[in-house]
Ligand binder design. Structure first.
Ligand code: FES
Length: 208
């Protein structure tokens, strides 16, 4: 995999780049999109949370600017299956989406499960349930998919931003300026994971 930091000074000047899509909450700059595509091709040797590429890019094509999740929206996997209470073991993670609704069916979300005692820092425990926590998968730096892991950390392949899911997806390293926004979730009476509201903050870059 080539070094995604192709800028001569090693920093991302994407703030000056034109946006590729119109979704104001998930702006993706052309240069970073190219980096993202290049990096996706070289991820076979590392642990990956990557969903199919079509799904990971469609979020940026949304024209809908309203809430992504709302109270009672089920989380589903890439096959559309709802997430049952016992789907993940402690330490596991999975890319999930809001159960399809017109216009907002693709909002990639990182679902993790840890022992409740593992959480700390800025995690909102009121947004977790039975050890499950969920965060936006769209990097807050420049909008790439946070698709790799390093130990229990999430790693964005574009500029190696790292996020700690047990600490509320706080930035552990790299250029992102804020955590991945957390999604409030609960277990429904029929035993599946569902949102209780939308992400706590804007998804993708911006929103400082
Ligand atoms: S887009 Fe730059 S670290 Fe994720």
């Amino acid at each position: 995999m080539g070094d995604p930091k192709s800028d001569s000074d090693g920093t991302c000047d994407c703030a000056s780049e034109p946006t590729l899509y119109s979704d104001a909450r998930a702006e993706l700059r052309r240069r970073d999109f190219a980096k993202f595509l290049a990096s996706v091709g070289g991820l076979t040797a590392v642990a990956s949370l990557t969903a199919p590429l079509a799904s990971t890019t469609q979020v940026f094509e949304r024209s809908y600017e309203g809430p992504v999740y709302s109270d009672g929206v089920y989380l589903v996997d890439e096959a559309g299956e709802r997430i049952s209470e016992n789907r993940l073991a402690s330490g596991d993670q999975l890319t999930v989406f809001p159960e399809p609704r017109p216009g907002i069916e693709d909002a990639p979300t990182l679902l993790v499960r840890f022992e409740e005692s593992s959480y700390g820092g800025d995690i909102d425990m009121g947004f977790t349930v039975d050890g499950y926590a969920a965060f936006s998968k769209v990097c807050t730096h420049a909008g790439c998919m946070v698709s790799d892991t390093e130990g229990q950390l999430f790693v964005c392949p574009c500029h190696f931003g790292k996020f700690d899911p047990t600490g509320g997806a706080a930035v552990a390293d790299g250029p992102p300026g804020r955590p991945l926004p957390q999604l409030p979730i609960t277990l429904t009476s029929d035993g599946y994971l569902a949102a209780t509201g939308d992400f706590e903050g804007p998804i993708g870059p911006g929103g400082e």
